[in-house]
Design a protein around this ligand. Structure first.
Ligand code: PMP
Length: 427
């Protein structure tokens, strides 16, 4: 689609450029300092979990169904936390492990384990000539960092409205045994906010792939709905089990965006065989996780209903922010041909696509105007967005007023860069 600037005659385009440049200079003079870079809850949003901190004190009962949480033991996690993990991931409690505060840390540990020792019965990935990993893109930069750090070749696969392009995923996996895995954020994906369709989940669970192919099923936003019409995700573990692929799925999640980011509890869940094997390796370096934190969490959030009630409080903070993004982008860019964006029902991000070759320049121009964005390219493996279009908008941390200002800046930057691109194409 052409942008409105490409459609203008050169005189009109030059006038538009002059006007936009003047507006940009005015914004620069304001000395703004706004941050839309990372997906963090706002300080007031984090505060809703503070009552949890009062639940454990020196006089409290520190046992959980007979387990003493104040001492070593119970490596797999305390019973109430494993039950919660099971509800969360869609698995029986005994097919889960509850660990420390970070799901990213679990993903890295498990992949390093397979890299060094191999999936049981198969060659360690580090001993193979070539190991590739599918990375739905736009996606989560920290995922891509784990495999890149190990020397695994990240292969981007384009995201669609229903999840990763499954024709491409199936074609690649059927033809190439060096593809050993894939990252998935199946609900309210980071950053597009889409939820995988039932068909996508079924195809991932049943498709042909290398026998030691593993899917990191990162359900980081499993309960992070902020509308009355939440997306529903199919149970991948059931589908994989029925297809004889139950070892394929490595489920992870955490309470980072439910209670305290970096101080929550993290879950791992998979087939019974995988859970036993992963536990055995993690046990080498950990006697037991912080069970007092697990206990505090399950006293605060004993089951999924309690989690959902708590998430409705989070939604109060998120709804106006996402509404602000939608309103500002619609008001500033609808009908201009200068951008498209996602309209998520949950999660932490809006994914924005501008004209080809615009994203890095928009990011730089926003920075000059005092607005920090997630670096352009970060949503693609290696930072290489092939068409340089994608910008991840993280609207949760700033106040609605700050966000509103930041979006005015983003809209202005997108317009100026679009106009510049149209002019350069003509020069
Ligand atoms: N996975 C995804 C998709 C995320 O967006 C994030 C954090 N924003 C994480 C994992 C990190 O989770 P944790 O704090 O549990 O390591």
């Amino acid at each position: 689609m052409q942008t409105m600037y490409e459609q203008m005659d050169t005189a009109a385009l030059d006038a538009a450029l002059a006007d936009l440049t003047r507006q940009v200079d005015e914004v620069k003079a304001k000395g703004l300092k706004l941050d839309m870079a990372r997906g963090k809850p706002s300080p007031a949003q984090v505060d809703i979990s503070r009552p949890m901190l009062d639940l454990l004190s020196s006089g409290a009962d520190l046992t959980d169904e007979g387990v003493d949480c104040s001492n070593y033991g119970c490596f797999e996690g305390i019973p109430s936390a494993r039950r919660l993990a099971g509800e969360f991931l869609g698995l029986p409690a005994d097919q889960t492990i509850v660990l420390g505060s970070s799901s990213l840390n679990i993903m890295q540990s498990v992949l390093i384990h397979y890299w060094e020792k191999g999936v049981p019965g198969y060659t360690p990935w580090s001993k193979l000539d070539r190991v590739k990993w599918l990375c739905p893109a736009p996606g989560y930069d920290r995922h891509f960092g784990i495999t890149q750090d190990l020397g695994i070749e990240n292969v981007p696969v384009r995201m669609t409205e229903t999840g990763p392009d499954m024709d491409e995923v199936e074609r690649l996996c059927a033809a190439d045994d060096s593809i050993k895995g894939m990252f998935c954020v199946p609900k309210y994906s980071n950053p597009t906010g889409i939820t995988y369709s039932d068909e996508t989940v079924r195809r991932l669970a049943t498709m042909k792939a290398a026998p030691d192919f593993r899917i990191v099923w990162d359900n980081a936003y499993a309960v992070h709905d902020f509308t009355d019409t939440p997306d529903v995700l199919a149970n991948v573990f059931d589908l994989a089990r029925e297809a004889g692929n139950e070892d394929r799925i490595l489920g992870v999640a955490s309470t980072s965006k439910i209670t305290f980011p970096g101080a929550g509890i993290a879950f791992f869940g998979s087939s019974a065989a995988n859970v036993g094997e992963v536990a055995n390796t993690l046990k080498v370096g950990l006697i037991s996780a912080n069970k007092l934190n697990q206990l505090m969490h399950t006293r605060f959030l004993p089951d999924l209903d309690a989690v959902r009630a708590h998430m409705r409080k989070h939604a109060e903070f998120l709804r106006p922010r996402f509404a602000c993004v939608e309103e500002k982008l619609e008001e500033g860019l609808a009908g201009t041909g200068c951008g498209t964006w996602s309209h998520p029902h949950g999660g932490y991000f809006v994914s924005f696509d501008g004209p080809e070759g615009s994203a890095k320049r928009v990011g730089a121009l926003c920075a000059e105007m005092g607005v920090k964005l997630t670096p352009a390219g970060a949503t693609w493996p290696g930072g290489n967005d092939p068409h340089d279009t994608n910008i991840r908008i993280a609207p949760t941390y700033p106040s609605v007023e700050e966000l509103s200002e930041a979006l005015d800046v983003l809209v202005l930057a997108v317009k100026l860069v679009s106009a510049q691109l149209a002019r350069e194409a003509r020069a």
